[in-house]
Design a protein around this ligand. Structure first.
Ligand code: TXA
Ligand code: MG
Length: 348
């Protein structure tokens, strides 16, 4: 390790420059344990406005505010119920976002005019070091263009938004690989999971008892007018450009997937719990040409699969195929978040 290099793998000078960029109203993309975030000073509306511009994100979609300490989170809310304390004690830093009533210092642009704010302490040394050095809460959505696949490496961010951001901090590949679980503590009654994510529902329930899980909502103006709760719940989201079919494991490929000429469809497969060789020799798959296979986890481990999901989707998307066929994973633990993302990617 040479002089100035920290245990983070990012040198002190780079970190200091990133913090200074945030304080000056700039955009810094940074790693978290879930996905890469596109950060700006959460308390400066002009800085936050640049996030929406860079992502082409509609203004009705509120942002998560990242902080380094629980005390900082509390300062941004008007109410800190016991259940928030219990969840924060159990899962922060970590892939959990809590929605609570907002303090007036949080700009309306951050919360899309809602009276609530989404808060998270990320579990990544680079993110935490940046938040501490910036000495400000940092608003950060996933660092991708709106509706697309979230980035899990610095290269993903560089490719997609490199021109729009002032700096991209490279902290390696994200360990969790799917976005945080968003939990609303605003309504009376049990906590409501607004977005399934990197913290499994089963683990939340171990701490707070049964939770409610919100249904996905329709996109667009209509949803906006209905005053939707969490636009990350949009039906079509997290989507590659290539059409994606979600199938039961080992199911036949959807029959509509043929060219009119009768020519075979060229597809990429996202598989789970089996090997690429197994897929290619499966006689049911002869109807189409398998151009590429991405195995999310050969051993059937949903945690490993979550970590591989978005990078695998991006690699298949880059091949210019006729379609992507994704196998549903078991609906347990992080498998629920994976199926949720695949379902949204598949919605036309
Ligand atoms: O893991 C993550 O959460 C990543 C990293 C960077 O922290 N961030 C992320 O941000 O996924 P984004 O903007 O892609 O998703 C934020 C989600 C959206 O579903 C948004 O609607 C919801 O959080 N959200 C934000 N503020 C909210 C609020 N006040 N009430 C309800 N939902 C809110
Ligand atoms: Mg996002």
């Amino acid at each position: 390790m040479h002089a100035g290099q920290t245990t983070l793998g990012i040198d002190e000078a780079t970190l200091a420059r990133a913090a200074e960029t945030l304080r000056g109203g700039g955009l810094v993309a940074f790693p978290t344990e879930t996905v890469y975030g596109l950060g700006a000073n959460a308390l400066a509306p002009t800085a936050v406005a640049r996030i929406f511009e860079a992502k082409a994100r509609p203004h009705f979609d509120p942002l998560i505010v990242h902080v380094a300490e629980v005390a900082e989170a509390r300062r941004l809310t008007t109410h800190w119920p016991d259940i928030a304390r219990a969840l924060a004690d159990a899962f922060w830093p970590g892939p959990m976002t809590l929605v609570l009533p907002k303090q007036s210092i949080v700009p309306d642009l951050v919360t899309a005019g809602l009276a609530t704010v989404a808060l998270r302490i990320p579990a990544h040394p680079v993110a935490l070091a940046l938040l501490r050095a910036a000495e400000r809460p940092v608003a950060a959505p996933s660092a991708n263009r709106f509706g697309g696949v979230s980035p899990t490496t610095a290269a993903h961010v560089q490719d997609e938004l490199g021109k729009q951001v002032d700096m991209v901090l490279d902290g390696g590949a994200c360990q969790t690989g799917v976005e945080s679980t968003v939990i609303s503590l605003v309504e009376a009654g049990p906590p409501r999971v607004l977005r399934l994510g990197g913290l499994a529902v089963e683990r939340i329930e171990q701490v707070v008892g049964e939770v409610a899980i919100a249904k996905p909502q329709a996109a667009g103006r209509e949803a906006e007018q209905r005053g939707q709760q969490s636009p990350g719940m949009l039906e079509r989201h997290y989507a590659p450009r290539t059409p994606l079919w979600l199938v039961e494991r080992r199911a036949n490929f959807p029959s509509e997937a043929h060219h009119e000429s009768g020519q075979k469809f060229k597809v990429g497969m996202l598989i789970f719990g089996r090997s690429a060789g197994d897929v290619k020799s499966d006689p049911r798959n002869r109807e189409y040409e398998i151009a590429a296979v991405e195995s999310l986890s050969a051993t059937g481990d949903v945690v490993e699969a979550a970590a591989n999901l978005f990078a695998a989707m991006r690699r298949l998307d880059a091949l210019g195929l006729d379609g992507i066929v994704a196998e549903r994973v078991p609906d347990k633990g992080l498998g629920r978040a994976i199926n949720d993302r695949l379902r949204r990617a598949a919605t036309r």
